[in-house]
Ligand binder design. Structure first.
Ligand code: ADP
Length: 297
């Protein structure tokens, strides 16, 4: 038995069983041996893993559907945004043709016009790339993300909507903010939802300041903190938690899924998302995300 023991244990493990033995007296002559059938436990663990995987898959699908819906909501203002550099390109190209036909042709003016065309073309192209990146369906990544840059990208896309609501958008983005670990697209989706909600809240007030402020900083050594404040009507203190419940909405065309999806995205990143009253009025939504591990020490 002594020599055969490792072989028996190996075979038992392959069959989903566990073998053990223990001496019950110091000489080691007497002992007990047992065989445990682990099939059931293994099946339960397998099922738990599978349902966890399905849950994550459904969450990703839901997040993607929410992203597409949000981009749809922004379509009109983004089209307006992209139209501006395109219109400027046409104007610059027409001016360039005139400078070329002049006698003598003004090559320097043509060069300046072409530079503006290149800048405007890149600006329009950047907006389109951002939209495509947000609409793309891809499994969540774990990569180093610069949240300040992610915020700037989102504010580019929401600039038209903010202008339409006459909301002034300010940023206070911390210098040297550590990178965080996560999925840039999902985090931009959270920012997009919070910023759109803030703009919608602001558009509902008729007097006073119309401000939206996005700030970043470090919460503690291991976390980055992002805050989105607005000067909208805010919410009653006892609703601060309800607003995160799925399907909770106070908007006639609202779905009430945005904040609930945002919270699950942030929690999947190991962070926290919460809401409170802004001073002197409005709402503030804050979230934390852990710093990219290699850079945290
Ligand atoms: P929806 O925008 O479709 O209503 P959300 O989950 O994004 O769904 O928001 C749920 C609710 O939370 C909103 O209907 C609104 O009542 C409240 N809310 C969200 N953001 C703000 C905000 N910035 N100021 C005041 N209330 C807000």
């Amino acid at each position: 038995m002594r020599d055969e023991y490792p072989a028996i244990v190996g075979q038992a493990q392959r069959c989903g069983a566990q073998i053990g033995r223990a001496s019950i007296e110091s000489g080691g002559k007497e002992g007990v041996a047992f065989v445990l059938d682990l099939t059931e436990r293994k099946r339960a663990a397998e099922e738990a893993r599978e349902s966890e995987r399905r849950y994550r898959e459904v969450q990703t699908e839901l997040a993607h559907a929410n992203r597409v819906a949000t981009m749809g909501q922004l379509a009109a203002s983004i089209a307006h945004e992209v139209n501006q550099p395109i219109a400027a390109t046409v104007t610059n190209a027409q001016a360039g043709l005139r400078w070329l036909s002049a006698q003598p042709p003004d090559v320097e003016k043509v060069r300046q016009g072409l530079r503006r065309i290149v800048d405007d073309g890149s600006r329009a192209g950047d907006v389109i790339s951002r939209i495509r990146a947000l609409i793309k369906k891809a499994p969540p990544q774990k990569e180093p993300v610069d949240l300040n840059m992610a915020i700037r990208g989102v504010l580019e896309l929401t600039r038209g909507a903010a202008n339409k609501s006459d909301a002034s958008v300010q940023t206070q983005l911390a210098d040297g903010l550590p990178l965080i670990e996560g999925d840039r697209v999902e985090l931009q989706q959270v920012l997009l939802n919070l910023v759109i909600n803030a703009i919608e809240a602001i558009s509902g007030v008729s007097d006073g300041a119309r401000e939206l402020i996005v700030t970043t900083g470090t919460a503690d050594a291991d976390c980055v903190l992002v805050a989105v404040r607005d000067s909208g009507p805010g919410f009653a203190a006892d609703t601060a938690e309800h607003i995160f419940a799925p399907f909770y909405t106070t908007k006639s065309a609202g779905l009430g899924m945005g904040l609930s999806i945002c919270r699950s995205i942030i929690e999947a990143h190991g962070g926290r998302l919460w809401a409170s009253a802004n001073v002197p009025r409005g709402a503030v939504f804050q979230f934390t995300v852990p710093v990219y591990p290699e850079l945290s020490s």
